[in-house]
Design a protein around this ligand. Structure first.
Ligand code: HMG
Length: 386
């Protein structure tokens, strides 16, 4: 018997602080319009002293584990480009914080912002082999660029967890996938750096090329026609990037109205405009925003374009399941976004510099989530329940 396989639960988390892009523009002497309208970003989430990709990932996944229990979750895949260790998978700390079973596998995946999609594809494969198992996929990142760089306005932070199972309650993922890989240096972070190196304008060009390349591969492999895809979610390093991507794709695919295709993205941008770039989680934050805010019916097809600099891209689609809205916890992420404390420019800069500290340290209790990083002791990261 073949089962539909896909996303049966989805939940997201963000940090306890935020910095407004109006404040950034004022401090730089730039017009706020460049950020608010030019790149389509209003705020960026900033981590508290005791928040990192582990506490964010566990905070995102905790409601899923509470709802579904631990017994059937035999795999946890954590996608990130904000690695905390060169060897050990960050997901092992998350596994412990969530109280998952010892009889489980845990692994970390990396390819810039793309790797959550690889994690999702791996999860679909595992469930296809063992339909009684569920796979917890978590994307967790803190996007950091150098102070005073062009990328600074596109920083952000957040995590998104998805539970993948047979007979999913939210979205069944279809088998067709369009792929694209090319060795480019549009954005990368060598091992000796805590902030990314980026060729900003070039990265936009590569992203847009990857959209049409991955989409064409999707169509060649039996993917659905553009006109039968009800809505699309694009990776959103900044929300305006998704609009540029849709404009390019809609023209390429011969859409009847490019303008209405672009305006159909609005509901995918509500969370990202306030989070900033959440790297691996970003495209799925767009999906969550769409699921919460759009009126869509069972069977409607959602296209997903995932892009990771370097570069790897994938275009695929899923169909919504009857009653999907009852499973998405509307308002939960908005409540976290609203609860963040705003920080001023001086504090934002101090924190940016402090985040580069190394060696052993103790953290200040600032996070609003259920888990915190207590400190680093003898080179071991110590996490605890808040
Ligand atoms: P910039 O070069 O400083 O900005 O930074 P700009 O001069 O291109 O202006 C941006 C837009 O604002 C332009 O609109 C301006 O016209 C407009 P566009 O021409 O693009 O449509 N503008 C205004 N609009 C209204 N009122 C005003 C005003 N002033 C200007 N007053 C850049 C832009 C993207 C280069 C920068 O933000 C950057 O370097 N970001 C980081 C890299 C990035 O996000 N790249 C995106 C593609 S790569 C990707 O998505 C992967 C990534 O997520 C990493 C990963 O995979 O891990 C980044």
């Amino acid at each position: 018997m073949t089962h539909a396989i896909g996303i049966t639960d989805i939940s997201a988390a963000t940090t306890s602080l935020f910095f407004s892009l109006t404040s950034l523009a004022e401090a730089q002497g730039t017009s706020p319009g460049k950020y608010l309208r030019g790149i389509g970003q209003h705020e960026m989430s900033v981590p508290g002293d005791d928040e990192d990709i582990v506490t964010l990932a566990a905070r995102a996944a905790a409601p899923i584990v509470e709802r579904h229990g631990t017994k059937e979750i035999r795999t946890l895949v954590l996608a990130t480009e904000t690695g905390i260790d060169q060897s050990k998978a960050a997901g092992i700390y998350v596994h412990e914080l969530l109280g998952l079973e010892h009889n489980a596998r845990v692994v970390e995946l990396k390819e810039a912002c793309y790797s959550a999609t690889a994690a999702l594809q791996f999860a679909l494969g595992i469930v296809a082999r063992n339909p009684d198992e569920k796979v917890l996929v978590i994307a967790s990142d803190i996007a950091r660029y150098e102070l005073d760089s062009s990328g600074e306005a596109t920083q952000g932070a957040g995590a998104l967890a998805m539970l993948v199972s047979a007979d999913p309650a939210i979205m069944a993922i279809e088998p067709a996938s369009g792929l694209f890989t090319e060795n480019v240096h549009d954005f990368w972070r060598p091992n000796d750096r805590t902030t990314a190196l980026v060729d900003g304008r070039f990265s936009v060009t590569v992203y847009l090329r990857a959209v049409t390349e991955a989409y064409d591969d999707y169509v060649r492999g039996g993917g659905a026609e553009f006109s039968s895809i009800a809505r699309m979610c694009f990776h959103q390093p900044f929300t305006k990037m998704a609009a540029k991507a849709m404009q390019t794709l809609a023209k390429h695919a011969g859409a009847q109205s490019v303008a209405s295709a672009v305006s159909s993205l609005e509901e995918t941008m509500i969370h990202n405009r306030r989070l900033g770039n959440t790297y691996t989680a970003s495209v799925y934050m767009g999906l969550l925003s769409l699921l919460e805010n759009a009126e869509l019916g069972a069977g409607e097809r959602i296209g997903i374009f995932s892009y990771g600099s370097g570069a790897v891209a994938e275009f695929f689609a899923g169909t919504l399941v009857e009653g999907y809205r009852e499973h998405v916890r509307p308002g939960a992420l908005t409540a976290q976004l609203d609860a963040r404390r705003e920080i001023a420019y001086e504090e934002y800069r101090e924190r940016h510099i402090r985040a580069d500290r190394t060696g052993d340290y103790e953290t200040r209790a600032e996070g609003k989530g259920p888990f915190r990083l207590a400190g680093v002791r003898e080179s071991i990261r110590v996490y605890e329940k808040a």
